[in-house]
Every structure is written in structure tokens, then in C-alpha cells.
Design a protein around this ligand. Structure first.
Ligand SMILES: NC(=O)c1ccc[n+]([C@@H]2O[C@H](COP(=O)([O-])OP(=O)(O)OC[C@H]3O[C@@H](n4cnc5c(N)ncnc54)[C@H](OP(=O)(O)O)[C@@H]3O)[C@@H](O)[C@H]2O)c1
Length: 304
């Protein structure tokens, strides 16, 4: 594994905390993974359990009834909003892979709660799924949440590795309506979307040797930047159904989504997915996937 370029600008490092590389090796390490009923957390849990080199693997779920059953994996229950449950679930954990929560108006509060609980429980290193360009100036509204979450992690006192994911490649074709039309104000903007499987591969690499990536903020991108018209045309071929992209103005995007009766913050999040791409904020392609995993990023054809 080679060490990738670090995209952390110097200004991100809080004056009070310099992450110290920890000597954590899997054979003595307890690792906890959240979101294990979902795509990324579930893949990471399954693959780490198969590798079998960690001393203790814990999967965190919100609903025990939906917990994946794996030999050698302990399941604990914790919702990020529940500070007491989170602290209890993270007791004895050295490294915590924190999958960002589902979209919610109070998601930052939930994230701050679980991060504080992790620090209180004695977690040494936290690995978080953030978003490319996370911060207050991001056009994509949810990337602002990720920026605030990163701030909480950086000031928590724990060592950290931030994985700033681009949009998930697997998800882009799902933006299409029942007629195969993806619509939104993305124009000719390009998105270097990354496969969820590649994000999981990077997380696994980090969780196997966390000390190598302590203090790093890594942007995870696909191997190419596509316009939505290209996504639609390539997905049409693979899925053998007609898919097209229709550009909209911001106002048209709000009207075409009005029937969902979504709250304002959610409408802003949805529409800003497209305006962020139009603004070129998601178009940078880098080599982090190759450097961390040893394989090139998966393509749209691979994930579909
Ligand atoms: N970059 C992108 O394009 C993109 C797109 C979609 C999502 N995301 C973010 O990336 C994350 C991981 O993606 P994914 O595809 O693996 O998502 P996913 O399949 O929807 O899984 C999300 C997981 O997070 C758990 N979770 C959600 N809210 C939680 C909370 N408040 N406390 C504890 N656990 C919670 C869910 O548990 P339950 O089963 O109990 O709901 C589920 O296991 C998402 O949660 C989202 O934040 C990014």
C-alpha cells in the first residue's frame, strides 16, 4: 500500500491537536463499524470478518432484528442520536468506522453526539465517510453538514481519517424517473462519482493499517468525470432501457420535485446535488483509489 497525497489544507489542522500515529495492529485491535445494515458498512463488516485478522469486530446497528449475522462479529445497538447507547456500544473500541447517517435535518447534531460518545468511550481513531469539498462554502448542502462533522472530529482529540467520497456511482442512474429521465440543473457539469465498493475497499485498507492514514483527509473519486448525459447514455446500454438527461433551471427543478412535498432543507439538498456538479465542484479525478487499494476505480459498467 502506498501513501496517497494528503488533501488536507494546512488550515484544517486545529492548533490544539496534532494526530499522533498510533501503533494499532489488527491482531490486538477492536474495530467497530456502523451502518452495517447498509451498503458500505455492510460490505466493510463482511469483508473484515472474512479476512479475520482483527482481534474483535463489532457491528453497530439501530435495529437488532436487522443485524447481519456473521461468525466472529459482535452486534451492538446504537442510534447516533442516543449518546448513552453510543458510549456503551463503543466501550473498548480502538478504531471506529463511522458511516455518515441518513439524510436528516438534525444530522449534524446526531453526528456530534456519536463523536463525543466515541471520544468519551476511549476510541483512539475514527474513520469517517465525508464528502468531497466538505465545508461551509460547498454548493451541495449536505457537504456543509459533513464539514461541520469533520470539525467535530478534528477537535475531538481522537486520531482520524476522513474519507471524502464523491457521489456514489451506483446511485446516479437511480436518479432517473419511471421513464428513464434524469432531470436537474447540472448542465454539462462533470461528476467523478466513485463506486461504493471502492469506498469500502479504501475503508478496509485504512482499518487494516490505521496508523498509516492517521490525520489524513482523502478524496475518493472515480477514474473519470461524467456528465449526466453520459451517465444516462452509458446506463441505457448496460440496463438495456432508454435513459436520458434533461437539464433544468433551479426553478424548474423545484417545480418538478414539488409533488414529493419535501421540507425545504431536503429540496435544497436534492437540487444542490445538480448545481454542485454544474459548478464543477465534483469533477476532479484523483488516484487515491488506486493508491490505497492497488486496483483502478470501478467504472459505471462495473457497478451496474
Ligand atoms: N456520496 C453519495 O453519493 C452518498 C449517497 C447516499 C448516501 N451517502 C451517505 O453515505 C452513507 C453510507 O452510504 P450507504 O450507501 O452505505 O447508505 P445506506 O445503504 O443507506 O446505509 C446507511 C446505514 O447507516 C445507518 N444509519 C443511518 N442513520 C443512522 C443513525 N442516525 N444512527 C446510526 N446508524 C444510522 C443505517 O441504518 P438503518 O438500516 O437502521 O437505517 C444504514 O445501516 C449514507 O448513510 C449517507 O450518509 C452518500
Amino acid at each position: 500500500m502506498t501513501t496517497p497525497p494528503d488533501v488536507t489544507p494546512a488550515t484544517f489542522a486545529p492548533a490544539t491537536f496534532t494526530p499522533v500515529p498510533l501503533n494499532l495492529t489488527p491482531d490486538t485491535m477492536t474495530v467497530a463499524i456502523s451502518g452495517v445494515t447498509g451498503h458500505i458498512g455492510g460490505t466493510v463488516l463482511r469483508r473484515l470478518a472474512n479476512i479475520g485478522e482483527h482481534a474483535h469486530i463489532i457491528g453497530l446497528v439501530r435495529d437488532a432484528a436487522r443485524a447481519p449475522q456473521r461468525e466472529g462479529v459482535e452486534i451492538r445497538v446504537a442510534d447516533y442520536a442516543d449518546a448513552v447507547a453510543c458510549e456503551k456500544a463503543l466501550a473498548g473500541v480502538d478504531v471506529f468506522f463511522m458511516v455518515s447517517a441518513s439524510e436528516a435535518e438534525d444530522r449534524v447534531t446526531q453526528h456530534r453526539t456519536v463523536i463525543a460518545a466515541a471520544a468519551k468511550a476511549g476510541v483512539q481513531h475514527i474513520v469517517y465517510t465525508s464528502f468531497v469539498g466538505a465545508g461551509p462554502d460547498a454548493t451541495f448542502m449536505l457537504a456543509r453538514d459533513h464539514g461541520l462533522t469533520e470539525d467535530a472530529i478534528r477537535s475531538s482529540g481522537m486520531a482520524f481519517t476522513i474519507l471524502r467520497d464523491n457521489f456514489y456511482l451506483d446511485v446516479l442512474p437511480l436518479f432517473a424517473d419511471e421513464n428513464g429521465v434524469i432531470r436537474g440543473p447540472a448542465g454539462e457539469g462533470r461528476v467523478a462519482a466513485v463506486a461504493r465498493a471502492d469506498v469500502a475497499d479504501v475503508a478496509i485498507a485504512v482499518l487494516r493499517k490505521p496508523e498509516l492514514q492517521a490525520g489524513r483527509t482523502l478524496e475518493l473519486t472515480g477514474g473519470e468525470a461524467l456528465t449526466f448525459a453520459e451517465v444516462a447514455s452509458r446506463a441505457s446500454v448496460i440496463l438495456e432501457k432508454s435513459m436520458t438527461f434533461v437539464n433544468e433551471t433551479v426553478e424548474q427543478a423545484q417545480v418538478s420535485r414539488a409533488h414529493y412535498n419535501a421540507p425545504g432543507w431536503q429540496m435544497d439538498a436534492w437540487v444542490s446535488t445538480y448545481t454542485a456538479i454544474a459548478a464543477g465542484e465534483l469533477e476532479v479525478v484523483n488516484g487515491t483509489i488506486l493508491m490505497l487499494t492497488g486496483h483502478p476505480p470501478r467504472t459505471l459498467e462495473d457497478v451496474l
